[in-house]
Design a protein around this ligand. Structure first.
Ligand SMILES: [Zn+2]
Ligand SMILES: [Zn+2]
Length: 484
């Protein structure tokens, strides 16, 4: 790109991020009558395919969700402590949409005078470099990741929330919807015949309202059918973290977790949970430690001790057992029979085709002692797409056998992802959202990522089993064994 163009984009238009570049192109702020600019605009459009779509490739660029939030939470804390009354700062973009890979770490502040908030950001002890600073924006490097802060006056907050949350595909659908209502939606407001209808508002909910829509949750803003469904009044009441009563998949230091069972239980109790399941790895997972039949018996005694100490919390004794290459399980039935709950997982492909992997999943689902199929496609965010399973067969078998399909909240999995979860829920199969946490300190955050992923799948609370009390969970578990 010619240097003058970079300078124009940066100095005159204040462009420092991909999202802003998209806005410049969309609104024609780059004068494309100049042939050099037209050529650049074409090249940029080619390179700026929308991100955040559910079918984005596994190696799409971005910071993994968990890491992005770990960078941002202390920044938000520090900026909020430093804010005057009425000033706000929040995460937007992929963070707000709960994207598995966050393409841009973007914060939005609202303040009458942006200077104090921008100064607070660039002065943070974690900042290794200041990449940009202007009247309304600053970009810094924290933990090798770019963090952008834009500060707008309060009346501009709603519009800034909308445009900085994206996605580009969602915004394009909204622009079309506005046009169908005789309105024009731009980054400066909603207009009818050139006259502003809404230009000042503090929440993007007001913009949706102006367009005749209920507010579309950020997790749904991917540019599929969400605008049409909202226009028809059909958006679901999405599950939220407050609905969660328990967590059915987590690890302790009996396998590759960091913390003792007691610490996991205490953290769960602090989150207000009624129940948890301790589900350490079976030997085939090749974690540093694992639970074999003898260790499971000893672990049962340890769980009994923690139960006595924390009587308000129900602790289910489970296991995460590997599904072997022939579809059998890594532990014998007599051992599994002694447990309250069995989570089964594919952890290695063993050179298998999609058909063979599907057969292994179906065998596990049909096993009378398996209650949950964890991270069903075994995708690794940023490294590997999910296995090419016959998902229709997996969902149908889960439903007919009374086995639960999992949305795993570990940032490396986030599996089932939103699109797959939506398909699974439509079949009526049972779904749990679990943290798969390996540390007590991440139990809450990973449940939040899992619930965000469930929301990306349009799930309501009544479609998530662990929003139910432990009595209902016990019935589901008993039912599978009884039907076997
Ligand atoms: Zn696993
Ligand atoms: Zn696990």
């Amino acid at each position: 790109m010619p240097l003058e163009t970079v300078a124009t984009l940066y100095r005159q238009l204040g462009v420092t991020t991909r999202t802003e570049l998209q806005a410049v192109l969309r609104e024609g702020l780059l004068d494309e009558r100049v042939p050099a600019n037209a050529q650049i605009a074409r090249a940029l459009r080619r390179g700026l395919a929308p991100t955040g779509a559910p079918d984005a490739p596994a190696d799409a660029e971005g910071v993994p969700l968990g890491r992005a939030w770990r960078i941002v939470l202390p920044v938000l804390d520090a900026l909020r402590k430093n804010s005057a009354d009425g000033e706000e700062v929040e995460a937007v973009g992929g963070l707000r949409r709960v994207d598995p890979l966050v393409a841009e770490i973007t914060l939005l502040g609202s303040a009458a005078d942006p200077r104090a908030m921008l100064t607070a950001l660039v002065d943070l002890p974690g900042v290794s470099e200041i990449l940009h600073r202007s009247r309304h924006k600053a970009s810094v490097l924290i933990d090798d990741s770019q963090v952008d802060l834009k500060v707008v006056p309060k009346p501009a907050r709603g519009l800034a929330q909308l445009w900085s949350t994206g996605t580009e595909a969602h915004l394009a659908k909204l622009v079309d919807h506005a046009r169908s209502k005789g309105l024009t939606l731009r980054s400066t407001g909603v207009f009818r015949s050139g006259e502003p209808v809404t230009s000042a508002c503090e929440s993007d909910a007001e913009i949706y309202a102006t367009l005749g829509l209920s507010q579309i949750a950020p997790e749904l803003r991917v540019g599929q059918d969400e605008v049409e469904v909202a226009a028809a009044g059909g958006l679901p009441d999405l599950v939220s973290v407050g609905d969660v009563r328990g967590d059915l998949h987590m690890h302790s230091d009996w396998s590759d977790g960091q913390d003792p069972i007691e610490a996991m239980a205490e953290a769960a109790q602090a989150l207000g949970y009624e129940y948890i399941a301790i589900t350490d790895h079976s030997p085939h997972a090749e974690t540093r430690r694992a639970v074999d039949p003898a260790r499971l018996r000893r672990q049962a005694a340890e769980i009994e001790r923690v139960r006595a100490r924390l009587p308000q919390l129900t602790i289910l004794h489970g296991v995460e057992v590997d599904i072997m290459s022939d579809g059998t399980l890594d532990l014998d039935d007599a051992t599994l029979q002694e447990l309250d709950l069995v989570v089964a997982s594919l952890h290695d492909r063993a050179g298998h085709s999609g058909e063979e992997l599907t057969a292994r999943c179906l065998a596990a689902l049909r096993h009378p002692l398996v209650n949950i199929l964890a991270h069903p496609t075994n995708r690794l965010v940023g490294h590997r797409a999910g296995y090419e399973l016959d998902l229709d067969a997996v969902f149908a078998t889960a439903k007919s056998t009374g086995t639960i399909l999992e949305i795993d909240g570990a940032p490396i999995h986030l599996d089932m992802d939103g699109a797959v979860a939506r398909r699974a829920a439509a079949t009526g199969a049972m779904i749990s959202v679990d943290s798969d946490s390996h540390r007590a300190s991440r139990l809450g955050a990973q449940m939040w990522y899992g619930i965000g992923t469930a929301r990306r799948g349009w799930l309501r609370a009544d479609q998530v089993v662990n929003t139910q009390p432990v009595t209902a969970i016990r019935e589901i578990l008993a039912c599978k064994r009884a039907n076997a």
